[in-house]
Design a protein around this ligand. Structure first.
Ligand code: PLP
Length: 361
């Protein structure tokens, strides 16, 4: 097609697969012969329920979610999960254990403190969040251990997940969910806002082990209790129907790519193009994250010369690259290379970085 598409490196909301957008466009005003948009369907209709159930089933299949886990769709973003997790799982007399690897884990900890005792057992803040810790400290009395699997702002990512014994491990996977296969059985719960790897903003996915649900706090407002969503197949109230439809289409796209094994290979190759441009620049560019902790989803880097960095971002924008400014809290540059960012866009950025260096060095 001749559709004009930006080289979109936004951190979130982020690029969606072109094929998914085109399918949604084709179906927008008449979904499956109903004479209605999917957005206009009752969430109680058989047509919508089929979309909803297919999305859940495909998520279970593609992400290999075992039978002893529930999958729910929520609203309020990953940020509301920061509150719901301690409300539900920080039970009487227990302590919530947070591993701090960036701003999002700090925010998660802050919310947990409203529900009870919550501590940062490990933090890499002193190292400017450039690395992922090699070990975590688990207490006997911990209700759960919480990690952020990928740190969107600092560009670090857990490569192997920590062992927490009998204590449930809970992971905020907002910025790397379904970027690679994961052994779900290692986790008590995984959650993610959809707007990076899975669809548009507005829908949040949670995958929760059943025994954790069974021992959860019960004296909670209806909409803040996971059980409400589990017991009603995430249809207790009106769900974000368009977001769920889009998420379902993104899952079909992931399957068409060859599933998560293939998507992981693509992501490794994409990130390598940009990391190579950094590493082979003789210090013209340098990465923020330590090498062993580098994210394959958010590549954070600096142009060593501060004045040239401004020029880099300006020229990149003029050349059609979107979203390359680092998060306002850390500055510098960041390229987010989520699933839907094509290899071609990463190659174009690597080429641009090399050309910019050649011109300005
Ligand atoms: N956690 C991580 C790792 C994120 O990257 C983000 C958003 O960028 C959030 C949480 C917050 O998500 P939301 O905006 O869906 O509340």
């Amino acid at each position: 097609t001749t559709t004009k598409r930006a080289y979109n490196f936004n951190a979130g909301p982020s690029a969606l697969p072109l094929e998914v957008l085109q399918k949604a466009q084709a179906e927008l005003v008449d979904f499956q012969g109903t004479g209605m948009s999917v957005m206009e369907l009752s969430h109680r209709s058989a047509t919508f329920e089929a979309v909803h159930n297919e999305a859940i089933a495909n998520l279970r299949k593609l992400f290999a979610v075992p039978d002893n886990y529930e999958i729910v769709f929520l609203q309020g973003g990953a940020s509301l999960q920061f509150s719901m997790i301690p409300m539900n799982f920080l039970t009487e007399g227990k302590r919530a254990n947070y591993v701090l690897t960036g701003s999002w884990s700090e925010k998660a900890l802050k919310e947990a403190k409203f529900s009870g005792e919550a501590v940062a057992s490990v933090s890499t803040k002193e190292n400017k969040y450039k690395n992922i810790p090699t070990e975590v400290e688990v207490g006997e009395n911990d209700a759960y251990v919480h990690i952020t699997s990928n740190n969107t702002i600092y560009g670090t990512q857990w490569k192997t997940f920590p062992e927490t014994g009998n204590v449930p491990l809970i992971a905020d996977m907002s910025s790397d969910i379904m970027s690679k296969p994961v052994d779900i059985s290692k986790f008590g719960m995984i959650y993610a806002g959809a707007q990076k790897n899975l669809g548009p903003s507005g829908v949040t996915v949670a995958i929760i082990r059943k025994d954790l649900l069974e021992s959860a706090n019960t004296n909670l407002p209806t909409m803040l209790k996971y059980d409400t969503f589990v017991a009603n197949n995430s249809l207790y109230n009106t769900p974000p129907t368009f977001g769920i439809y889009m998420l379902g289409e993104v899952l079909k796209w992931i399957e068409a790519q060859g599933g998560l094994e293939q998507v992981a290979k693509n992501n490794e190759a994409k990130a390598a193009l940009i990391y190579d441009a950094i590493d082979n620049s003789n210090g013209f560019y340098y990465g923020h994250a330590e090498e062993g902790s580098r994210s394959l989803m958010n590549i954070t880097f600096r142009v060593a010369d501060e004045e040239l960095e401004k020029q880099f971002l300006k020229e990149a924008e003029e050349a059609g690259f979107v979203g390359l400014s680092g998060h306002r809290s850390v500055g510098g540059c960041r390229a987010s290379t989520y699933n839907a960012v094509p290899t071609e866009a990463c190659q174009a950025l690597a080429d641009f970085m090399k050309a910019f260096q050649a011109k300005h060095q």
